[in-house]
Design a protein around this ligand. Structure first.
Ligand code: NAP
Length: 312
């Protein structure tokens, strides 16, 4: 009887590798779990999960022998960790292998926003360059003051990249870190006051909901830019939209949104927002590494070996 269940939209390569390694039951989405017959569900001990839909007590209880949820992604806010722990279910994630790509996208969005690259490209493509002349002047990114909200694995990669752009680096974390002279702020409002660009890289979930509040956004000021690669939940999105619409901040670069992919359509109307479809880790190379790490955790679990990247 198959003991591994794979849920989510995987690449053909990942699906083939999972089939070869575990001969799993495969579902497209977590909502299909209840439709599996009881005999199949009762045999499952490991779940490979890829998705942002919640996996809570109800889903866990449909799999009475479940011992592992191997999440595809470093952010595991979709999984109810206390409920898993209570049931003796271990959870793993895929940290580190995606740091570079997510950091690249954060810096890319900031550069796109500051240099108005999307609008300038449209200016050239539409023929305006030929008929109306040069595109208007944008603003410099290099040498600005950057504030990283959450100096974890990804936050540090972002800070390193922005330091190479000759920026003065400030950061918020719950505790001060060893850094090459970067400035620690114990409070995100103080951080926002000190910088031009605020890049959000904290974990998602209930503890950090609206961590970047209206007060933080207001502290950034009218030349400020918000970049978010963490989760839509970490920002007060209504306050961010108000600030963008009213020009109380200059712009934003956003890879993550509340309710994605069905995001607030107000974002589409704003020319001062760079929108990306939550693909910070979306390269062939990184996604392959994430799939491999997820499978390695499942293999370790089935073999009774220590998990490689345990969350609980
Ligand atoms: P990490 O190494 O665990 O760093 C997380 C940071 O969040 C740390 O600085 C941590 O502070 C801070 N933090 C944790 N809990 C907090 C709390 N309750 N209040 C305030 N700050 C808190 O995580 P990571 O690997 O850098 O990943 C960060 C997040 O990026 C993920 O959780 C995920 O949501 C997101 N992500 C997005 C994409 C994308 O495609 N856009 C891809 C990958 C990850 P301390 O340093 O004080 O512990």
């Amino acid at each position: 009887m198959t003991t591994t269940l794979v849920i989510g939209p995987y690449t053909d390569t990942d699906t083939a590798a999972a089939k070869q390694a575990f001969a799993p039951v495969i579902l497209d989405r977590i909502s299909e779990l209840a439709g599996l017959d009881e005999t199949t569900r009762s045999a499952i001990t490991a779940l490979a999960y890829k998705g942002h839909t919640a996996v809570g007590p109800a889903e866990m209880d449909l799999l009475p022998k479940l011992g592992l949820i191997a999440n595809y992604g470093v952010g595991y806010d979709a999984i109810d960790i206390p409920a898993a722990t209570e049931r003796g279910i271990r959870v793993t994630n895929t940290p580190d292998v995606l740091n570079d790509d997510v950091a690249d996208l954060a810096v890319g969005m900031l550069l796109m926003q500051m240099r108005e690259m999307e609008q300038a490209s449209n200016w050239a493509r539409s023929g305006n360059w030929k008929t109306r002349g040069e595109y208007r002047l944008a603003h410099r990114m290099t040498g600005g003051r950057a504030g990283i909200v959450g100096l974890g694995r990804i936050g540090r990669e972002i800070a390193d990249r922005l330091a190479a752009f000759k920026m003065d680096i400030h950061y918020y974390a719950r505790s001060e870190k060893q850094t090459p002279g970067w400035t620690f702020h114990a409070d995100p409002v103080s951080l926002a006051h000190a910088v031009d660009f605020l890049v959000i890289a904290i974990v998602g979930g209930p503890d950090t909901e609206k961590f970047v509040s209206k007060d933080v956004i207001d502290a950034l000021g009218p030349r400020g830019v918000v970049v978010n690669i963490s989760r839509g939940t970490t920002v007060d999105e209504a306050a961010l939209l108000d600030a963008l619409e009213q020009g109380r901040i200059a712009g934003a670069g956003l890879d993550v949104f509340l309710g994605e992919p069905d995001i607030d359509p107000c974002f589409y109307e704003l020319s001062n927002v760079v929108i990306q479809p939550h693909h910070g880790s979306g390269t062939v190379e990184t996604r392959a590494a994430m799939g491999q790490l997820q499978r390695d955790n499942i293999a370790a679990f089935h073999a009774g070996q220590p998990l490689l990247t345990a969350v609980n």
